[in-house]
Design a binder for this molecule. Structure first.
Ligand code: SAM
Length: 280
C-alpha cells in the first residue's frame, strides 16, 4: 500500500512495523487471475516489484536472497543435475542455479505468468539466463506439478514462493513435502524460503516438523540479511532425503567457478549458525 504518493509502504500488522521505499513513479500495474503485480521506480533501491502489496524483489538487495536460495543447496548436493524451482517467477533464482556447470536441466514452475512477463520488462538482468538451453519455464501450480512428478525426477527442489497465504499456502504443507520427497532422488534436497527468524518463528518450526513428518531425514535453517523483507532478516530451510544438509562441499564452494556478490563458503558456514532463541 502507499501511505502517500512519494512512498511505497509495506505494513506488517502482526508486528506493528512497516517498511517504506521512496518511489519516483509506478512502471507497471497488472491484476492477473492470481495476484496483483506492481512495479515501481524507487529513489534508492532501483526497481521494485510487489505482489499483493508485498515486496518481492528490488534491484538493490535481491542478490542476497537469490544467491542464498540457490548456492547453499547446490553445494550441499553431491552432484546436482536436475533442479526444479517452484515459484521464482522473477527468474533471479533460476539465473543463480544455471551458474552451476553440472546442472543439466532447470525447470521453473510459477503459477503466475504475469510475474515473469513483468520481470522481462523491468528486471532485465534477472531474466538474462532464461534463454539458456537448460532452462525450461512452465506456468502452473507447483503443488500439482510436484504431486504429478514421477518418483526420483529431481536432485534438488527450490521453493521460492510467496508467503504462506493465497496460492502459496499449500506449499508449506506436509502433503506438499511428501510429494517433494517422492519426486526427489536419494541424496536429494529441498530448500524453501522460510520467512523471518524474528517475525515468523512458528512458520519455521512448523516447516521443520512438516518436512520430517513427510519423510525427510534432517532439516536445517540458514539465516541471512534481506533488507527489503519483513524485519530485514530472512531464512531458507533445507531438508535432505538420505543425507544431512549440514555437510556441504566446502572446498567446491571455496573454489566456485562463477561470480557472486554475497555467497561464499564462509558465508555458507556462517548462515548455518543459529542464535540461541532459534536453537531452543
Ligand atoms: N522472493 C519472494 C519472497 O520471498 O516472498 C518470492 C519470489 S517469487 C516472486 C514468488 C512466486 O511464487 C510468485 O511469482 C508467485 O506467483 C509464486 N507462487 C505462489 N504460489 C505458487 C504455487 N502454488 N505454485 C507456483 N508458484 C507459486
Amino acid at each position: 500500500m502507499t501511505l502517500d504518493k512519494n512512498w511505497y509502504t509495506e505494513i506488517y500488522p502482526a508486528d506493528g512495523a512497516a517498511f517504506s521505499l521512496k518511489v519516483k513513479k509506478k512502471l507497471h500495474d497488472v491484476q492477473t487471475p492470481y495476484q496483483h503485480i506492481e512495479v515501481y521506480e524507487t529513489e534508492g533501491f532501483g526497481t521494485l516489484m510487489t505482489i499483493d502489496g508485498l515486496v518481492m524483489v528490488t534491484d538493490r538487495d535481491n542478490f542476497i536472497y537469490h544467491e542464498m536460495m540457490s548456492h547453499p543447496v547446490l553445494f550441499t548436493h553431491a552432484n546436482p543435475k536436475n533442479v526444479l524451482i517452484i515459484g521464482g517467477g522473477d527468474c533471479g533464482t533460476l539465473r543463480e542455479v544455471l551458474k552451476h556447470p553440472g546442472v543439466v536441466q532447470a525447470q521453473q514452475v510459477d503459477i503466475d505468468e504475469g510475474v515473469t512477463r513483468a520481470a522481462e520488462l523491468h528486471f532485465p538482468d534477472l531474466v538474462d539466463s532464461n534463454s539458456d538451453p537448460r532452462a525450461e519455464l512452465y506456468f502452473d501450480d507447483g503443488i500439482k506439478w510436484v504431486a504429478d512428478a514421477a518418483p526420483g525426477s529431481y536432485d534438488i527442489i527450490i521453493v521460492d514462493s510467496t508467503d504462506p497465504v493465497g496460492p502459496a499456502e499449500g506449499l508449506f504443507s506436509e502433503a506438499f513435502f511428501r510429494s517433494c520427497h517422492r519426486a526427489l532422488r536419494d541424496g536429494g534436497l529441498i530448500v524453501q524460503q522460510s520467512e523471518s527468524p524474528l517475525f515468523h518463528q512458528k512458520i519455521i518450526n512448523d516447516m521443520h516438523s512438516a518436512m520430517r513428518r513427510a519423510g525427510f531425514d534432517s532439516t536445517l535453517t540458514l539465516n541471512f540479511p534481506q533488507c527489503s523483507y519483513p524485519s530485514g532478516w530472512w531464512s531458507a530451510t533445507l531438508a535432505g532425503k538420505g543425507m544431512a544438509p549440514t555437510n556441504f562441499r566446502e572446498q567446491d564452494a571455496a573454489r566456485k567457478p562463477f561470480k557472486t556478490l554475497y555467497y561464499n563458503a564462509a558465508i555458507h558456514r556462517a548462515a548455518m549458525a543459529l542464535p540461541e532463541f532459534m536453537l531452543r
